[in-house]
Design a protein around this ligand. Structure first.
Ligand code: C2O
Ligand code: CU
Ligand code: CU
Length: 467
């Protein structure tokens, strides 16, 4: 029962508590680990066949040599990197060796609903299944995979189940750059170097760990030649932490979002990534060392409010000078979506008085037997998503990518500064967004807050897309 042990009192008006010091030291400062690639067992061009096994595993995280039980895909933390090309057919043989039902959800990918690891398609402990889908044209981007079983998603992710999924293009305007995936995840360890369950405060605010890991390592070092341009792909795979990322002193260009490249590079000194969100950055190395930092960010009124502190996530070490080609002026064309056939409003609320429905979407909690909306394949939908709650609730939709048109920040509507394909949008308290999308495939698609503790408690709905 995900609600077990929750204490609903004292959320509002509680004094912000400082984050407690980590109970266990982790080694830090090692070279940035590469994400281990998932082996392709197929010899056939255009076909990727891999195996993922979700199982408990013991790994060495603590500096003092004690091991920690995690739940991992193929024993790897984070999970193996799946790297494929647009147009590929992907087949993943999946085995569940966890003590709970699970699924694999292909976050952000346009896969058929019955292959998308929906809560209604659990894989029982000891069972296996094959996920199979074909990636359409123009789907290059940085996606990820994680469990989505009803009632166990948050726990399975904070125990370690999440991995990166990169779809590449054969005509990539940035294909000549070194591609550096950075998967950011959150870890909490107790004094026994074990991963503890959620506290009552976690069930309110969402769980934040004691350490933000980069590719599973604490404050690793990325070596970057002076003048070298690299493409950083960044995943916010934490359960609840909003990451406001910067590389002070470096020239940083935003080149991509959840669903791949944007139309043109944009000079952006900071990138705010909500839980579940991704970004691509092009960064040019310098002769001086630097750091990837997470700047202070407040997620609204919270029981355990964040400390106003800048967090160093990774260090950048300089190396001998190399020259890189200039950034292309155009990266991709993103056509605006036409006027919608349907408009809907989605209101996110908190009701602390009702422990069975604390985090709601249009006044209700998730019910897998209910379709909140009925839509049509190919039909343009425009959704106004309104956050009437006291804290951030990042909004995510399955099965497709959307375009955010405008944002209301509590004072007025403002058009989005540029077009991008996304599947998560940050939604601070009092904000609203207007977004448009088309679902290309039929089936049931979830939409929810990507703070996994809120999703678990029912801040989720579903749209039945009919063919
Ligand atoms: Cu990344 Cu429905 O989730
Ligand atoms: Cu998803
Ligand atoms: Cu939420």
């Amino acid at each position: 029962d995900p609600h077990a042990g929750m204490d609903h009192a004292g959320h509002h008006g509680a004094a912000p508590a400082a984050r407690s010091a980590p109970a266990v030291a982790l080694p830090e400062g090692a070279p940035l680990p590469a994400l281990a690639p998932l082996a392709n067992r197929s010899r056939q061009a255009g076909r990727f066949v891999g195996e993922l096994v979700a199982a408990p595993a013991r790994v060495g995280l603590a500096a003092d040599g004690r091991s920690t039980e995690v739940w991992a895909y193929n024993g790897s933390l984070p999970g193996p990197l799946i790297e494929v090309y647009e147009g590929d057919t992907v087949e993943i043989d999946f085995v569940n060796r966890l003590p709970q039902p699970t699924t694999i959800h292909w976050h952000g990918l346009p896969v058929p609903a019955e292959q998308d690891g929906n809560p209604m398609d659990p894989v029982a402990p000891g069972e296996r299944r094959r996920y199979r889908f074909t990636l359409p044209a123009d789907s290059a981007g940085s996606y990820w995979y994680h469990p989505h079983p009803h009632g166990h998603t948050a726990e399975q992710v904070f125990r370690g189940l999440a991995g990166a999924f990169v779809v590449k293009s054969r005509r990539d305007p940035l294909g000549q750059l070194r591609d550096v995936p950075l998967l950011l995840s959150d870890l909490r360890l107790d004094e026994h170097a074990a991963i503890p369950p959620n506290t009552p405060a976690d069930w309110m605010d969402g769980r934040e760990g004691d350490y933000v890991l980069v590719n599973g390592a604490l404050r690793p070092v990325l070596t970057l030649a002076d003048g070298e341009r690299v493409r950083l792909r960044v995943w916010n795979a934490t359960s609840a932490r909003v990451l406001r990322l910067a590389l002070p002193g470096y020239e940083t260009w935003r080149v991509g979002s959840d669903g791949g490249l944007i139309e043109a590079p944009r000079r952006e000194a900071e990138i705010v990534l909500s839980p579940g969100e991704r970004a691509e950055w092009v960064v040019t190395g310098r002769a001086q060392p630097g750091a990837l930092v997470a700047l202070p960010y407040r997620r609204g009124k919270m029981m355990s409010a964040e400390v106003d502190e800048t967090l160093t996530l990774a260090s950048l070490a300089p190396a001998a000078r190399v020259a890189s080609a200039p950034l292309p002026r155009r990266l991709r064309r993103i056509a605006p979506l036409p006027a919608p056939a349907v408009r809907r409003q989605i209101v996110l609320e908190e009701n602390m008085a009702d422990p069975k429905a604390m985090f709601t979407l249009n006044g209700r909690v998730y019910d897998m037997a209910r379709a909140d909306f009925v839509g049509r394949v190919g039909q343009v939908e425009e959704w106004e998503v309104v956050n009437r709650a006291d804290m951030d609730h990042p909004f995510h939709l399955h099965g497709t990518q959307f375009q955010v048109l405008a944002r209301h920040d509590g004072r007025g509507w403002r058009d989005e500064p540029y077009r991008a394909w996304r599947d998560v949008v940050s939604l601070p308290a009092g904000h609203a967004v207007r977004l448009r999308f088309v679902q290309a495939l039929p089936g049931m698609r979830m939409f929810h807050c990507h703070i996994l503790e809120h999703e678990e408690q029912g801040m989720m709905g579903q749209i039945d897309v009919r063919g």
